[in-house]
Design a binder for this molecule. Structure first.
Ligand code: GLU
Length: 276
């Protein structure tokens, strides 16, 4: 049975792009007789706003969606820690204390998610005298897993290679897991069979696929849907003040009607679906 999910981070209100993403995941599950899950990804330290989770539920209900909610990430910290300890023990993680500005000063190459870490701390041993991040040694991980693929409904079969990002952080200085580790573990724990999310997160799958292999997790299929963009070509990010779903809801707009428009590909003026 197909299991899809919508996994918003409660560090701001949802906007139309999120509504579109939730509707895609919801409708695929319903059309294929499966389940649609909501997972609140709330391990973003002080940027996670607990009250947003309730707002998200109200927004989804307003859009006319039906979902099952799985545990929020903040309830799963011990599971993340245990896996991180295992990876560390296997020599797949190394400690890193570099700050963003130290990394920038080295004029790093730019990858799909910003600066590629130049590997300054690689080979360092772990001294737990201060909070420290742990990075995945991508060369070592690839040597362990060999050639890997993922099946993507929207992009076709892909070769997974996390080295496009360099050595990503799996354990943050301020949290027991980064997005990569938490989302990968949760998709497995929640029984997600089809990871539905925006094409803007496509490249993240290189990392997630390798983690699945290292951790012997079940391997889902992916569906990366096109994202909504503004007339400046930029995605509708929370920070760009796109009208939030909560504001539309509170202003009395009909959410089901809006969902119908989005399904039909009719978007408000100035908003389109990115072609790639
Ligand atoms: N929590 C992530 C976000 O809000 C989404 C993660 C995912 O769908 O894999 O961007």
């Amino acid at each position: 049975m197909v299991v899809t999910r919508f996994a918003p981070s409660p560090n701001g209100s949802l906007h139309l792009g999120h509504a579109y993403s939730a509707i895609v995941a919801h409708d695929i599950a319903k059309e294929r007789g499966g389940r649609f899950l909501l997972r609140v990804e709330d391990i973003d330290g002080s940027r996670s706003l607990p009250e947003k989770a309730e707002e998200f539920r109200e927004d989804l209900a307003w859009l006319g969606l039906e979902w099952e909610e799985v545990p929020q990430q903040s309830t799963r910290l011990e599971a993340y820690e245990e896996v991180a300890r295992d990876l560390l023990h296997r020599g797949l993680l190394y400690p890193c204390s570099c700050t963003r500005s130290e990394i920038q000063a080295l004029k790093p190459r730019i990858g799909p998610d910003g600066a590629i870490y130049p590997g300054t701390c690689k080979g360092r041993s772990l001294v737990m005298d201060k909070p420290i991040a742990l990075r995945l040694d991508a060369d070592r991980a690839m040597a362990e897993v060999g050639e890997l693929f993922w099946e993507d409904e929207t992009n076709g079969t892909q070769i997974a290679d996390p080295r496009v990002f360099g050595d990503v952080v799996l354990v943050r200085k301020d949290a027991p897991a980064s997005y990569h580790l938490a989302a990968t573990l949760d998709d497995a724990a929640d029984g997600v069979t089809l990871v539905t999310r925006g094409q803007d997160l496509f490249a993240m799958t290189h990392v997630h696929r390798v983690l699945q292999e290292l951790l012997h997790l079940p391997v889902p299929t992916w569906h990366h849907h096109p994202i909504l963009i503004g007339d400046d070509g930029e995605k509708l990010a929370k920070r760009r003040n796109s009208p939030s779903l909560a504001n539309r809801r509170k202003a009395g707009e009909d959410g089901r009607e809006l969902a119908g428009q989005l399904r039909a590909g009719r978007f408000p003026a100035g908003i389109t679906l990115a072609s790639a």
